[in-house]
Design a protein around this ligand. Structure first.
Ligand SMILES: Nc1ncnc2c1ncn2[C@@H]1O[C@H](COP(=O)(O)OP(=O)(O)OP(=O)(O)O)[C@@H](O)[C@H]1O
Length: 367
C-alpha cells in the first residue's frame, strides 16, 4: 500500500475519528506500498503528484455495516484487494467512526486528488460517499489537479440490503466488486438531487421517498437485527396511525396538480429500496431521468396482499399505482401536516416542500 497521509479518518485497520476542524486528507505519490501511520505535508504530496501516474484509490469502510459483518469481511478482503490492485494504484483505507463521517472523508479525499473513492458497506455508506462528491450543492474538485481530473465512484456492496447493487444484478460477493474495480470500466452515473427548506441540496443515488415508505425506513432501522425483513416490519409499523395525504406535484416545471390520498411517493434513480423491493422498476441510472412511482389509497392489508408484486417489480399494474419519468418533480402538501416523512437513500429529513431533480451523468462509476 502506498503512503497515504491522513488528516481525518484514514487508517490501515485503525478506527479513525473525525476531527474538528478537519485537516486535509493528503494523497502523496510515493512509489511503494506501505501502511499509513502518519500525516504527510500538503506541499510534498502536491509536488510528488506531478511525477507519478499511479492512481490513488480511497476505500471508505463502514465497520458497523450489516451488524458488523462489513468490518469483518473487509479485514479478510484487504490482502486480496492489495494484491489485485498492486500494479495499478495505491490503496488508502478509511474506516468511518460514526454516521456521516464518510461524507467528510470523501470530500477531503477528492480535494486531495483521489482518483477514486470506493464505498465499502451498504446503501447508507454509499449514500454518504455520494454526498461527499458534492459540497453546498456543487461538485467537489481536487485542489491541485487540472480541470480534467475527476474522482470516480466505486462500490463494494457489503451491507444488509445493498439495494443499489441489485439494480445491476450484482451479488454481495466482494471479489466480483474488486474485479469491476480492477477492470476499470466506468459509466456516467446519474445522481438525484433533493432540495428542501433547509437550503442545502442533498444527493441520492438510489431512491428518495415521501410519506409511508419514508416512515417505514425510519422504523426499519429499529429492526435491523432481522436482516432484510426489517423493511417489512418497518412498513407494517409505519401503517400504525398512518393517513394517506393529498399532495400537490409539479413535474418538469409544469402546472401544479393535486394527487389524492397519497400513501407514498417514491423517486427512483435506481430500482430498489427496502431490502429488495423493486419500487421504481423501469428506471435506468444512466438514462438522465428519474422514475416517480406514486402509491395512492393503500391500507396495510392491501400492502401485504401486493407485497410479492413489489419485490418482483410488477406492481405498476395494480390499482392505485402510477409511474412517470421526470427530470424534476416538486412536491408540497395540500394541507400542512406534521406526519409527512421524507427520506433520501434511507437518510431522513423533516421538511417539505421538496424538489427532486436529476443530475445526468454526474459521476463516473465503476460498473
Ligand atoms: N463507525 C460507525 N458506527 C456507527 N454507524 C456508522 C459508522 N459508520 C457509518 N455508520 C452509519 O451506518 C449506517 C448504515 O450503514 P450501511 O448502509 O453501510 O449498512 P447497512 O445499513 O447494514 O446496509 P444497507 O443500508 O444496505 O441496508 C450508515 O448510514 C452510516 O451513517
Amino acid at each position: 500500500m502506498r503512503s497515504i497521509a491522513l488528516g481525518i479518518g484514514i487508517s490501515s485497520g485503525v478506527m479513525a475519528t473525525p476531527a474538528t476542524p478537519r485537516p486535509s486528507l493528503i494523497l502523496p505519490r510515493a512509489s511503494h506500498s506501505r501502511s499509513q501511520t502518519g500525516a504527510v505535508g500538503l506541499a510534498s504530496g502536491r509536488s510528488a503528484a506531478t511525477v507519478s501516474s499511479r492512481r490513488n484509490f480511497v476505500f471508505v469502510v463502514n465497520p458497523s455495516g450489516a451488524n458488523g459483518r462489513t468490518g469483518k469481511q473487509w479485514k479478510e478482503l484487504l490482502p486480496h484487494l492489495r494484491t489485485r490492485l498492486a500494479d495499478q494504484c495505491d490503496i488508502c483505507e478509511c474506516i468511518t467512526s460514526a454516521p456521516f463521517h464518510a461524507i467528510d472523508i470523501t470530500r477531503e479525499a477528492i480535494k486531495d486528488g483521489a482518483d477514486a473513492v470506493i464505498a465499502v458497506g451498504g446503501d447508507g455508506t454509499l449514500h454518504e460517499v455520494v454526498n461527499g462528491f458534492f459540497c453546498k450543492g456543487s461538485p467537489v474538485h481536487a485542489l491541485d489537479q487540472g480541470p480534467g481530473h475527476s474522482a470516480a465512484l466505486g462500490l463494494i456492496p457489503l451491507g444488509t440490503g445493498s439495494d443499489f447493487a441489485r439494480t445491476f444484478n450484482w451479488t454481495n460477493d466482494p471479489h466480483e466488486a474488486i474485479d469491476r474495480i480492477v477492470r476499470g470500466v466506468k459509466s456516467k452515473l446519474d445522481i438525484g438531487m433533493m432540495e428542501g427548506t433547509d437550503g442545502n441540496p442533498h444527493f441520492f443515488v438510489n431512491v428518495a421517498d415521501i410519506h409511508l415508505s419514508a416512515k417505514a425506513g425510519y422504523f426499519a432501522s429499529m429492526y435491523k437485527r432481522f436482516g432484510n425483513l426489517c423493511y417489512v416490519f418497518g412498513t407494517l409499523r409505519a401503517f400504525w396511525g398512518h393517513s394517506n395525504r393529498d399532495l400537490k406535484i409539479k413535474v418538469n416545471g409544469g402546472e401544479w396538480r393535486t394527487i389524492h390520498k397519497v400513501t407514498a411517493l417514491c423517486i427512483g434513480n435506481a430500482k430498489y429500496f427496502g431490502g429488495g423491493m423493486k419500487i421504481t422498476p423501469t428506471v435506468d441510472p444512466f438514462s438522465g431521468d428519474l422514475e416517480v412511482v406514486i402509491l395512492q389509497d393503500f391500507k396495510w392489508y392491501g400492502f401485504l396482499f401486493e407485497l410479492h408484486r413489489l419485490y418482483r417489480g410488477t406492481h405498476l399494474s395494480v390499482t392505485g399505482v402510477s409511474s412517470i419519468r421526470v427530470q424534476s418533480i416538486e412536491v408540497v402538501e395540500k394541507e400542512v401536516s406534521a406526519d409527512i416523512f421524507v427520506q433520501s437513500d434511507g437518510e431522513h429529513f423533516g421538511f417539505l416542500p421538496t424538489k427532486f431533480s436529476v443530475l445526468p451523468g454526474a459521476v463516473d462509476f465503476f460498473c
